[in-house]
Design a protein around this ligand. Structure first.
Ligand SMILES: NC(=O)c1ccc[n+]([C@@H]2O[C@H](COP(=O)([O-])OP(=O)(O)OC[C@H]3O[C@@H](n4cnc5c(N)ncnc54)[C@H](OP(=O)(O)O)[C@@H]3O)[C@@H](O)[C@H]2O)c1
Length: 300
């Protein structure tokens, strides 16, 4: 297949583009700059859309992952607008361009996040659970909503609700490795909050599974089968690095330092199950946090 990938320089995008190319697909990148190779890149901007929509003719599938980082800095009004608009307006503009084609791609995979469910405490949530409250839940609903015109137009749309993607090369784990390696790691807040994680291999694996399996459509949780509490995660990372984890990060200090972000990303609890992936027969490569972290810190 000729597959268009947006956010291809990002953590999930780069791994996905590599695994698609390894499977023999032709990967075309959606880029936010002047294209230097017209057969392998298509220019767009999340504000104004695809520069020359006709270049999308002949694309068989789209994997849309682009969006301003949610952990790139304190959530000021401007940053929140950028987080929301880069996803909601960006997706609408891309969808608009696809709808204008003579032959639309058969499948459109769009990133979303388990932030959709908000803070759920200890309750286990699956794809049938309602949306939660808060900024990320609102963004995810609007982001998924932006793909609705394509589904109505007959394209198979998959909304990939990613959990915390674990990789030593980027994302949340990479940020934690420095303090933990120095022996400065510890439990965050009460430590009882759940974290729904997925290895980068499985995040990219779910994308390729969703592309090739016609039964995958609508919201799909991309998380490992067993979420862990922050205390379990902290102990597992300490064990993997052979370091003590005795420096707790109190909730009040995090709220002082990070504001609203602290509750949304670190103190909130989301215990998500990958019901759809399991029902459809996806086989996870990484299911246990201890062996996953051990493998990530050892092999990268
Ligand atoms: N990693 C996670 O733990 C996780 C969890 C839940 C959901 N997700 C979602 O999955 C998607 C991919 O995640 P990721 O970890 O690969 O993200 P990432 O590493 O931050 O990469 C996102 C990519 O989006 C593009 N981008 C950056 N700023 C943008 C902006 N203002 N407007 C439009 N595009 C922009 C960039 O690609 P180009 O420079 O190539 O355009 C960037 O490499 C994101 O939408 C993210 O919200 C990720």
């Amino acid at each position: 297949m000729r597959i268009l990938v947006s956010g291809a320089r990002g953590l999930i995008g780069a791994a996905t583009a590599d695994s698609l190319a390894a499977e023999g697909h032709e990967v075309v990148r959606l880029v936010r700059r002047t294209s230097t190779n017209s057969s392998a890149e298509i220019e767009w901007s999340p504000e104004t859309g695809v520069a020359r929509p006709g270049e999308l003719e002949g694309i068989d599938a789209i994997v849309h992952l682009a969006g301003e980082s949610i952990a790139g800095g304190r959530w000021t009004v401007a940053r929140k607008n950028s987080i929301r608009d880069s996803r909601v307006i960006g997706t609408s503009k891309l969808v608009e361009a696809v709808l204008s084609l003579k032959r639309m791609p058969s499948v459109f995979l769009c990133a979303s996040a388990i932030g959709y469910y908000g803070d759920c405490g200890e309750a286990v949530v699956d794809e049938s659970s309602p949306a939660g409250r808060g900024f990320l839940a609102e963004v995810c609903q609007a982001w998924e909503g932006a793909t609705a015109p394509l589904a109505a137009g007959g394209v198979r749309v998959v909304n990939l609700r990613f959990g915390v993607v674990l990789s030593a090369r980027g994302g949340a784990l990479q940020k934690m490795l420095v303090p933990f390696r120095l022996g400065l790691g510890g439990v965050v807040g009460s430590g009882r909050q759940y974290m729904s994680w997925v290895s980068l291999d499985d995040a990219a694996g779910a994308v390729t599974f969703g592309l090739s399996n016609d039964r995958v459509r609508g919201p799909v949780n991309v998380v490992a089968p067993r979420a862990v509490t922050n205390t379990e995660f902290t102990r597992a990372l300490g064990r993997a690095l052979k370091r003590p984890t005795v420096f707790p990060l109190p909730a009040f200090a995090l709220r002082l330092a990070l504001g609203e972000m602290a509750d949304a990303l670190l103190l909130g609890s989301t215990r998500v199950t990958p019901r759809r992936l399991l029902d459809l027969g996806y086989v996870f490569k990484h299911t246990e946090i201890n062996e996953t972290l051990q493998s990530l810190v050892t092999h990268g």
